[in-house]
Design a protein. Structure first.
Length: 49
């Protein structure tokens, strides 16, 4: 299971363009929210974007 924070992950990742980095962060954020969503007991808690 992936539990590293986006900041930590950013440090470990190879250098890339700001645009790419933003996409990357969004992707990580998306997966993180999906993780929280699936593990959360109340379905409506973590749904608004």
């Amino acid at each position: 299971r992936f539990t590293a924070s986006p900041e930590r992950f950013d440090e470990a990742s190879p250098p890339m363009s700001p645009c790419m980095k933003r996409q990357y962060r969004l992707m990580i954020d998306h997966f993180a929210s999906r993780n929280a969503y699936s593990s959360s007991s109340s379905p409506g808690s973590d749904h608004g974007h």
